[in-house]
Design a protein around this ligand. Structure first.
Ligand code: ATP
Ligand code: MG
Length: 141
């Protein structure tokens, strides 16, 4: 079993799509280990996406990610990191495969509904960004 970290981004919450997206995630076989609704500040959004701080879209990304509440979750499944990236689709919804969450629901490359960790190591780092050790104990299985 592996875990990954997702965030249902502020556009997902604003468009009242959290239920639809969670339904899709659960139907694909992911179990929710931890989940909460929170609002990032510009500082915490910038820290979460610090790897992109030199990129031209960083200011826009921080502005968007702090623009309203979001829903971070730790998800568990075999091959969770790779399988979740497949489920969400390409960063730009115009390039995402049919049936993926971003293809179904995202408006643009900037506002693309969900985040997904890109490696097992980053999943661990990102999970501890939002959740305490106690909260990450797997109680579902
Ligand atoms: P995420 O990390 O949120 O899962 P990703 O891994 O598909 O997305 P990254 O390259 O890590 O893509 O970019 C992080 C986020 O920054 C993207 O999801 C998107 O919201 C934003 N972003 C990336 N590239 C652009 C761009 N060219 N213009 C605007 N926003 C962008
Ligand atoms: Mg990324």
């Amino acid at each position: 079993m592996e875990t990954t970290l997702t965030i249902l981004k502020p556009d997902c919450v604003r468009k009242q799509l959290t239920g639809a997206v969670i339904d899709k995630i659960e139907r694909t076989g992911f179990r929710i280990v931890a989940m909460k609704k929170t609002k990032l500040t510009k500082e915490t959004a910038g820290a979460f996406y610090a790897v992109h701080r030199e990129r031209p879209f960083f200011g826009e990304l921080v502005q968007f990610m702090s623009s309203g509440p979001c829903v971070p979750m730790i998800l568990e499944k075999e091959n969770a990191v790779e399988d979740f990236r497949k489920l969400i689709g390409a960063t730009d919804p115009a390039e995402a495969e049919e049936g993926t969450i971003r293809k179904l629901y995202a408006d643009s490359k900037g506002e693309n509904i969900v985040h997904g960790s890109d490696s097992g190591d980053n999943a661990q780092i990102e999970s501890s960004f939002f959740f305490s050790t106690e909260e990450t104990v797997r109680v579902n299985n």
